[in-house]
Design a protein around this ligand. Structure first.
Ligand code: CO
Length: 201
Protein backbone atom coordinates (compact mmCIF):
# COMPACT_ATOMS: atom_id res chain seq x y z
CA UNK A 1 0.00 0.00 0.00
CA UNK A 2 2.81 2.41 0.81
CA UNK A 3 4.25 1.74 -2.63
CA UNK A 4 0.97 3.05 -4.03
CA UNK A 5 1.49 6.33 -2.21
CA UNK A 6 5.01 6.74 -3.55
CA UNK A 7 3.90 5.84 -7.06
CA UNK A 8 1.06 8.37 -6.83
CA UNK A 9 3.55 10.97 -5.63
CA UNK A 10 5.81 10.33 -8.63
CA UNK A 11 2.87 10.75 -10.97
CA UNK A 12 1.64 13.92 -9.21
CA UNK A 13 5.10 15.54 -9.32
CA UNK A 14 5.44 14.58 -12.97
CA UNK A 15 2.08 16.17 -13.83
CA UNK A 16 2.93 19.36 -11.94
CA UNK A 17 6.27 19.70 -13.76
CA UNK A 18 4.53 19.08 -17.05
CA UNK A 19 1.99 21.86 -16.38
CA UNK A 20 4.65 24.27 -15.13
CA UNK A 21 8.37 23.43 -15.31
CA UNK A 22 9.16 26.04 -12.60
CA UNK A 23 6.44 24.93 -10.20
CA UNK A 24 8.64 23.29 -7.56
CA UNK A 25 11.49 25.75 -7.92
CA UNK A 26 9.12 28.64 -7.22
CA UNK A 27 7.38 26.92 -4.29
CA UNK A 28 10.66 25.86 -2.72
CA UNK A 29 11.86 29.46 -2.59
CA UNK A 30 8.99 30.86 -0.53
CA UNK A 31 5.47 30.40 0.79
CA UNK A 32 3.03 33.31 0.98
CA UNK A 33 -0.24 31.91 2.27
CA UNK A 34 -3.03 34.39 3.08
CA UNK A 35 -4.77 31.90 5.34
CA UNK A 36 -4.12 30.01 8.53
CA UNK A 37 -6.43 27.02 8.89
CA UNK A 38 -7.13 25.51 12.29
CA UNK A 39 -9.12 22.37 11.68
CA UNK A 40 -9.95 18.92 12.97
CA UNK A 41 -7.55 16.02 12.43
CA UNK A 42 -10.42 14.05 10.86
CA UNK A 43 -9.18 12.53 7.60
CA UNK A 44 -12.36 13.60 5.83
CA UNK A 45 -11.73 17.32 6.29
CA UNK A 46 -8.50 18.18 4.42
CA UNK A 47 -8.12 21.96 4.25
CA UNK A 48 -6.57 22.26 0.79
CA UNK A 49 -8.93 19.80 -0.86
CA UNK A 50 -12.25 21.20 0.40
CA UNK A 51 -11.29 24.84 -0.26
CA UNK A 52 -9.65 24.18 -3.63
CA UNK A 53 -6.38 25.74 -2.46
CA UNK A 54 -3.03 24.75 -3.94
CA UNK A 55 0.20 23.98 -2.05
CA UNK A 56 1.58 27.27 -0.70
CA UNK A 57 -1.83 28.89 -0.27
CA UNK A 58 -2.87 27.82 3.24
CA UNK A 59 -0.87 27.26 6.42
CA UNK A 60 -2.46 24.40 8.34
CA UNK A 61 -2.76 23.33 11.96
CA UNK A 62 -5.00 20.42 12.85
CA UNK A 63 -5.86 18.72 16.12
CA UNK A 64 -8.68 16.62 17.53
CA UNK A 65 -11.87 18.75 17.39
CA UNK A 66 -10.02 21.94 16.28
CA UNK A 67 -9.45 23.28 19.78
CA UNK A 68 -7.54 26.34 20.93
CA UNK A 69 -5.93 25.48 24.27
CA UNK A 70 -4.27 28.56 25.70
CA UNK A 71 -1.18 26.64 26.77
CA UNK A 72 -0.78 24.64 23.56
CA UNK A 73 2.78 25.47 22.48
CA UNK A 74 2.26 23.72 19.17
CA UNK A 75 -0.74 25.86 18.22
CA UNK A 76 0.78 29.05 19.65
CA UNK A 77 4.00 28.51 17.68
CA UNK A 78 2.03 27.96 14.49
CA UNK A 79 -0.11 31.02 15.24
CA UNK A 80 2.83 33.31 15.95
CA UNK A 81 4.71 32.18 12.86
CA UNK A 82 1.62 32.55 10.66
CA UNK A 83 0.83 36.05 11.94
CA UNK A 84 4.31 37.52 12.40
CA UNK A 85 6.40 35.82 9.69
CA UNK A 86 3.96 34.76 7.01
CA UNK A 87 1.60 37.69 7.52
CA UNK A 88 -1.61 35.75 6.99
CA UNK A 89 -4.72 37.94 6.69
CA UNK A 90 -7.32 35.42 7.72
CA UNK A 91 -7.45 32.73 10.36
CA UNK A 92 -10.13 30.13 9.85
CA UNK A 93 -11.28 27.79 12.60
CA UNK A 94 -13.11 25.07 10.73
CA UNK A 95 -14.92 22.33 12.60
CA UNK A 96 -17.27 19.78 11.14
CA UNK A 97 -20.64 18.20 11.87
CA UNK A 98 -20.40 14.62 13.06
CA UNK A 99 -17.09 15.35 14.81
CA UNK A 100 -15.91 12.30 16.77
CA UNK A 101 -14.10 14.57 19.23
CA UNK A 102 -17.30 16.40 20.13
CA UNK A 103 -19.18 13.10 20.51
CA UNK A 104 -16.41 11.61 22.66
CA UNK A 105 -16.44 14.68 24.91
CA UNK A 106 -20.12 14.18 25.65
CA UNK A 107 -20.72 10.41 25.67
CA UNK A 108 -19.84 9.91 29.33
CA UNK A 109 -17.24 7.22 28.62
CA UNK A 110 -13.51 7.22 29.37
CA UNK A 111 -11.27 7.40 26.29
CA UNK A 112 -7.87 8.14 27.85
CA UNK A 113 -5.66 11.20 27.46
CA UNK A 114 -8.04 12.67 24.92
CA UNK A 115 -10.57 13.23 27.75
CA UNK A 116 -8.24 15.95 29.07
CA UNK A 117 -7.86 17.39 25.59
CA UNK A 118 -11.63 17.55 25.08
CA UNK A 119 -12.42 19.35 28.36
CA UNK A 120 -13.02 22.77 26.66
CA UNK A 121 -15.93 21.17 24.76
CA UNK A 122 -17.60 20.12 28.02
CA UNK A 123 -17.01 23.64 29.34
CA UNK A 124 -18.79 25.09 26.29
CA UNK A 125 -21.62 22.58 26.81
CA UNK A 126 -21.95 23.63 30.48
CA UNK A 127 -21.98 27.32 29.53
CA UNK A 128 -24.75 26.69 26.98
CA UNK A 129 -26.74 24.08 28.90
CA UNK A 130 -30.10 25.90 28.52
CA UNK A 131 -29.71 26.34 24.77
CA UNK A 132 -28.60 22.73 24.26
CA UNK A 133 -31.30 21.22 26.50
CA UNK A 134 -34.02 22.64 24.23
CA UNK A 135 -32.77 20.44 21.37
CA UNK A 136 -34.44 17.03 21.52
CA UNK A 137 -32.62 15.19 18.72
CA UNK A 138 -29.20 14.00 19.99
CA UNK A 139 -27.51 14.44 16.57
CA UNK A 140 -28.83 17.98 16.20
CA UNK A 141 -27.73 18.74 19.78
CA UNK A 142 -24.19 17.51 19.07
CA UNK A 143 -24.08 19.57 15.88
CA UNK A 144 -25.21 22.67 17.78
CA UNK A 145 -22.48 22.04 20.35
CA UNK A 146 -20.05 21.70 17.45
CA UNK A 147 -21.03 25.21 16.25
CA UNK A 148 -20.85 26.66 19.77
CA UNK A 149 -17.40 25.15 20.26
CA UNK A 150 -16.11 26.66 17.00
CA UNK A 151 -17.36 30.09 18.09
CA UNK A 152 -15.65 29.59 21.46
CA UNK A 153 -12.34 28.75 19.75
CA UNK A 154 -12.62 31.88 17.57
CA UNK A 155 -13.15 33.88 20.76
CA UNK A 156 -10.20 32.17 22.50
CA UNK A 157 -7.91 32.93 19.53
CA UNK A 158 -8.92 36.59 19.60
CA UNK A 159 -7.89 36.77 23.24
CA UNK A 160 -4.39 35.37 22.76
CA UNK A 161 -1.57 37.88 23.30
CA UNK A 162 -0.35 37.07 19.76
CA UNK A 163 -3.58 38.26 18.14
CA UNK A 164 -4.14 41.10 20.61
CA UNK A 165 -0.67 42.42 19.87
CA UNK A 166 -1.17 42.14 16.11
CA UNK A 167 -4.42 44.10 16.33
CA UNK A 168 -2.89 46.73 18.59
CA UNK A 169 -0.25 47.32 15.92
CA UNK A 170 -3.01 47.76 13.34
CA UNK A 171 -2.44 44.50 11.47
CA UNK A 172 -5.24 43.56 9.13
CA UNK A 173 -6.21 40.19 10.48
CA UNK A 174 -9.57 38.54 10.86
CA UNK A 175 -10.67 35.30 12.51
CA UNK A 176 -13.52 33.26 11.10
CA UNK A 177 -15.57 30.33 12.37
CA UNK A 178 -16.67 27.81 9.76
CA UNK A 179 -18.34 24.43 9.90
CA UNK A 180 -18.04 21.72 7.28
CA UNK A 181 -20.75 19.20 6.47
CA UNK A 182 -19.41 15.69 5.93
CA UNK A 183 -22.67 14.68 4.26
CA UNK A 184 -22.81 17.44 1.64
CA UNK A 185 -19.22 18.69 1.37
CA UNK A 186 -20.29 22.27 2.06
CA UNK A 187 -18.73 24.86 4.37
CA UNK A 188 -20.97 27.26 6.28
CA UNK A 189 -19.81 30.53 7.78
CA UNK A 190 -21.03 30.70 11.40
CA UNK A 191 -20.93 34.53 11.47
CA UNK A 192 -18.81 34.67 14.61
CA UNK A 193 -15.93 36.62 13.00
CA UNK A 194 -13.48 38.73 14.93
CA UNK A 195 -11.91 41.67 13.14
CA UNK A 196 -9.21 43.82 14.68
CA UNK A 197 -10.71 44.67 18.05
CA UNK A 198 -7.89 44.85 20.54
CA UNK A 199 -9.14 44.77 24.11
CA UNK A 200 -9.02 48.08 25.88
CA UNK A 201 -8.61 50.10 22.70
CO1 CO B 1 -13.60 16.09 14.09
Amino acid sequence: MLTDLLDQNLEWARQKRQEDPNYFKRLSEQQQPDYLWIGCSDSRVPANVITGLAPGEVFVHRNVANLVHRGDLNLLSVLEFAVESLGVRHIIVCGHYGCGGIKAAMDGHRHGIVDHWLQPIRDVADQNRKDLDTIVDPGTRINRLCELSIAAQVDALGRTPIIQSAWQRGKELSIHGWVYGLSDGLIRDLDCNRVGSAMGS
